[in-house]
Design a protein around this ligand. Structure first.
Ligand SMILES: *Cc1c(COP(=O)(O)O)cnc(C)c1O
Length: 442
């Protein structure tokens, strides 16, 4: 009898594992793929088939699977200190990581607070914003503003500032209401309007709301440059400049959720660098550990840190998670940042991005495609008149073409790891075209 067969793993998984973001019944018709190992941009199943991880395993993997440099750092850390609590104790990986991150903001965001997943980082930013206003005598500032189509995670607090109906509607009765303003999504441009015009219109909506009730508003939360989970909606950096100015004028905090767009994904290390602004709170997760371990953090300004600094315990930020500042996760992040330096990643990515954009031209020009768009290492386009179940059919067809891709509705996107070879780039483009044609043909 053959042990470890692909089909046995599928059956066992479906009997005992509840998979995320999935209607489990769909696995009666679409494949569940047991992965046996990963190497570079590729995932391998138990029968030796391989899949190019074109979405970086949900946007986390920056430098490939089983990366030798990150592996070596983790093996060393494993033999040194696997974990210690971060209240009352501290350690080298968390100190070095906090110093390096602060330096990357020119020390504007001087302190980092740690958690494990992105949603928790968002919760922390919301709580810190509210609490710092309260400590400064503005306890009435209790409301949060988010953008149409925003996504900030799926815990109750993060879902309250998320505007994706599919994830939010079922839990509506549990959520605290937030204010939703127009998205700056450049696809909304009317005839003759530029992306900057859309940015100005969207900022005017923020101004209207701030003028009316800024005294009640603690913060606005934004995914800078690309609203990813709603379908890779891209906007002009001007929007961030205009909103930063409005936040300054009306005394509202700016929270930038760089969980998906940070770590070089949009072309600069932080997306907000392209607008030349810094937020009051910056959330990072996903790619920061190279896709190895759960790690998230919130960076903030020293003025905000000072608002909690007191001899009164209740003025402190008493939030915590068991694995706050986990040394293994921080060490993975340090190894990741070191690769950015050693390999001049931001510049190398420009060359890779130009090659993939060129290779994708048959799709950009395709008569069933609109809104082909790219920023940094993110590509997306929308299918015109996509057939029913487009996303699931695309996923299934992609697996037959050695690709891991998971469209959002009728939006196909790529967010590959930063290590693709020229050959892998060309193969990714050619196979995506083949999959698209097959799915659109029905
Ligand atoms: C993924 C994501 C989150 C949530 O992160 P989790 O680790 O999945 O909780 C929050 N904000 C943005 C922009 C994201 O893309």
């Amino acid at each position: 009898m053959e042990l470890n067969k692909q089909s046995d793993w599928v059956a066992r998984s479906l009997r005992s594992v509840w998979h995320p973001c999935t209607q489990m019944q769909h696995h009666e018709t679409i494949p569940l793929i047991p992965v046996s190992r990963g190497k570079g941009a590729w995932l391998y199943d138990h029968e030796g088939r391989r899949y190019l991880d074109a979405i970086s395993s949900w946007w986390v993997n920056l430098f490939g699977h089983a990366n030798p440099r990150i592996n070596a750092a983790l093996k060393d850390q494993l033999d040194t200190l696997e974990h210690a609590m971060l209240a009352g104790f501290t350690h080298e990986p968390v100190i070095e990581l906090s110093e390096k991150l602060s330096a990357l903001t020119g020390h504007v965001l001087g302190h980092s607070f740690y958690a494990s997943d992105g949603a928790s980082a968002v919760e922390i930013a919301l709580k810190m914003s509210f609490h710092s206003w309260r400590n400064n005598g503005h306890a009435d500032k209790q409301e949060f503003v988010c953008l149409k189509g925003s996504y900030h995670g799926e815990t109750i607090g993060a879902l309250a500032v998320t505007d994706v109906a599919l994830f939010k509607d079922a839990y509506g009765p549990l959520l605290r209401a937030s204010q939703t303003v127009m998205s700056p999504d450049a696809r909304q441009a009317a005839d003759g309007e530029t992306a900057q015009d859309v940015a100005r219109r969207a900022a005017a909506d923020v101004e209207r709301l701030f003028t009316e009730r800024a005294d009640k508003i603690a913060a606005i939360i934004i995914e800078p440059l690309v609203q990813c989970a709603t379908g890779m909606a891209m906007h002009d950096p001007l929007y961030l400049q205009l909103v930063r100015a409005l936040c300054d004028k009306h005394n509202v905090h700016l929270i930038l959720d760089e969980i998906a767009v940070g770590c070089g994904r949009t072309g600069t290390f932080f997306a907000c660098e392209q607008a030349n602004v810094w937020p009051d709170f910056l959330c990072l997760s996903k790619g920061i550990s190279g896709g190895y371990l759960p790690l998230s953090l919130v960076m903030t300004r020293d003025e905000i840190y000072q608002a909690f600094y007191s001899n009164d315990v209740t003025r402190g930020f008493l939030h915590s998670h068991s694995y706050t500042g986990n040394p293994l996760a921080c060490r993975a992040a340090l190894a990741t940042l070191q690769i950015f330096e050693e390999d001049d990643v931001l510049n190398t990515n420009k060359i890779k991005a130009a090659r993939l954009t060129a290779a994708l031209q048959p799709l950009a020009q395709h008569e069933q495609v609109r809104n082909f768009r790219q920023r940094g290492m993110i590509w997306a386009f929308d299918a015109i008149d996509a057939p029913k179940d487009f996303s699931r059919r695309f996923f299934a067809s992609a697996t037959e073409h050695e690709l891991l891709m998971r469209p959002i509705g009728s939006t196909v996107y790529m967010m590959p790891p930063y290590i693709l070879s020229d050959e892998e780039i060309d193969g990714l483009a050619a196979n995506t075209l083949a999959v698209f044609n097959q799915v659109m043909a029905g």
